[in-house]
Design a protein around this ligand. Sequence first.
Ligand SMILES: Cc1cc2nc3c(=O)[nH]c(=O)nc-3n(C[C@H](O)[C@H](O)[C@H](O)COP(=O)(O)OP(=O)(O)OC[C@H]3O[C@@H](n4cnc5c(N)ncnc54)[C@H](O)[C@@H]3O)c2cc1C
Ligand SMILES: *[C@@H]1O[C@H](CO)[C@@H](O)[C@H](O)[C@H]1NC(C)=O
Ligand SMILES: *[C@@H]1O[C@H](CO)[C@@H](O)[C@H](O)[C@H]1NC(C)=O
Ligand SMILES: *[C@@H]1O[C@H](CO)[C@@H](O)[C@H](O)[C@H]1NC(C)=O
Ligand SMILES: *[C@@H]1O[C@H](CO)[C@@H](O)[C@H](O)[C@H]1NC(C)=O
Ligand SMILES: *[C@@H]1O[C@H](CO)[C@@H](O)[C@H](O)[C@H]1NC(C)=O
Ligand SMILES: *[C@@H]1O[C@H](CO)[C@@H](O)[C@H](O)[C@H]1NC(C)=O
Length: 387
Amino acid sequence: MAPKSLFYTLFSSLTVALAASVPQTDYDVIVVGGGPAGLSVLSGLSRVRRKTALFDSGEYRNSVTRNMHDVIGNDGTVPSEFRGKAREQISKYDTATFIDKRVSAITSIDDEATNTSYFRAQDADGQAYTARKLVLGTGLVDLLPDTPGLQEAWGKGVYWCPWCDGFEHRDQPFGILGTLPDVVGSVLEVSTLNKDIIAFVNGTDTPAYEAELSAKYPNWEAQLAAYNVRLENATIASFERLQDGGEVKDRNGTRQLDIFRVHFTNGSFVDRNAFITNYPSAQRSDLPDQLGLAMLGNKIDATTNPGMRTSLAGVFAVGDCNSDNSTNVPHAMYSGKRAAVFAHVEMAREESNAAIDKRVDVEDMIKETEKQVGDDMQRIYDRVVRR
Ligand SMILES: Cc1cc2nc3c(=O)[nH]c(=O)nc-3n(C[C@H](O)[C@H](O)[C@H](O)COP(=O)(O)OP(=O)(O)OC[C@H]3O[C@@H](n4cnc5c(N)ncnc54)[C@H](O)[C@@H]3O)c2cc1C
Ligand SMILES: *[C@@H]1O[C@H](CO)[C@@H](O)[C@H](O)[C@H]1NC(C)=O
Ligand SMILES: *[C@@H]1O[C@H](CO)[C@@H](O)[C@H](O)[C@H]1NC(C)=O
Ligand SMILES: *[C@@H]1O[C@H](CO)[C@@H](O)[C@H](O)[C@H]1NC(C)=O
Ligand SMILES: *[C@@H]1O[C@H](CO)[C@@H](O)[C@H](O)[C@H]1NC(C)=O
Ligand SMILES: *[C@@H]1O[C@H](CO)[C@@H](O)[C@H](O)[C@H]1NC(C)=O
Ligand SMILES: *[C@@H]1O[C@H](CO)[C@@H](O)[C@H](O)[C@H]1NC(C)=O
């Protein structure tokens, strides 16, 4: 082969190899989750034209609630309408794709050609999709006891978050549900909303639980007395709804007048308008587990690394599922926005590095070639192959 044509052969193969130093994938980013966290990621990425697919299995933590509150500009909005409006607005960006399917598996793939890795997601029908970055906004699920009537009441007069629903039940006869050690914390949270409070501790007024509460609040008995909180230790058998506050409201509609009857196992009962709960939650999705992401408690660790990054390079976690431990819509939007910025910049850096490598290497090679063409072709060949 003549030196000149060998030079062009080397030059063009080098260009191809370097141009591919960012993996070739279907999307820049796959977002799993179509709640406020995932939607916020999609918005941020769409505004900078990152090709993004958002997967949504349609299981939203606040799906049962009547209205969403404490989200400025959207106080009282129905959550499905909020998500619908977000989708409609994001849909005008042609790099955004909504895929209303469950992601059943995700794997990280090493791309030997570019010495990088990317992600392959598989939907419930077995179809595969690839992307350079992955954002999980997969949310939490609330673990309620299977006491009859409780699941049906959830989010409609029975709630865990005073900011979400407390104002609509202000000044109403109120209940706290949970174990004895939860009671003081709940009283402090609702003290500006409710005065007539019964703590239904459901058989947990025992020496062991008292010791646990005393460790947190040494003066707990005096504190409960100061707030006039009555402890009810009877075992709860069921909740019966007597009135639906979605339909019955006060004259100007600012209070929801739910009424529940708490039945005890001994046959007696007590009526209350609303309850705050203290039940655990868990990751909705097993994808964090599949990917082996580091956890803090039961949350995906996204606080050790900046920018909502998890322990696995290229994977971000946003919204309720992450270790910010802040489980509300404003946090979901904030963390989604933040991950969108970091993911975009991370990809832009990778692209920029690839572009610089390419220019430097090619210039290098041209200089080398000019010096050596005709006398040491083999050395050039070795250099290129070594890369
Ligand atoms: C009863 C109730 C009322 C609430 N009210 C309020 C309120 O008034 N104001 C407020 O700020 N907060 C409220 N919250 C909290 C709020 O619901 C959450 O903070 C918020 O939904 C978190 O958003 P997210 O996007 O992280 O998760 P979610 O909204 O729960 O969304 C999770 C998304 O991930 C998807 N998903 C999970 N796994 C997969 C998978 N494998 N494949 C595809 N998709 C998947 C789900 O389908 C869903 O789209 C309330 C919560 C409850 C329980
Ligand atoms: C591959 O990339 C890693 C960093 O991500 C680097 O440490 C390693 O040296 C690279 N390998 C080659 C063959 O370039
Ligand atoms: C009440 O306690 C019983 C017995 O421990 C338990 O099975 C039930 O789930 C609890 N109910 C509530 C509402 O906490
Ligand atoms: C509360 O109920 C539990 C379970 O029935 C019982 O063991 C405990 O002694 C009760 N506590 C009090 C103070 O009566
Ligand atoms: C049943 O339990 C309630 C609540 O603790 C109590 O007030 C009531 O006296 C009990 N009734 C009977 C029949 O034991
Ligand atoms: C709303 O109606 C209630 C009576 O149902 C009344 O006490 C209250 O003052 C009203 N609030 C406003 C803001 O009109
Ligand atoms: C969130 O809670 C977990 C425990 O469940 C804890 O390890 C972690 O440090 C908390 N995160 C923050 C930011 O405080």
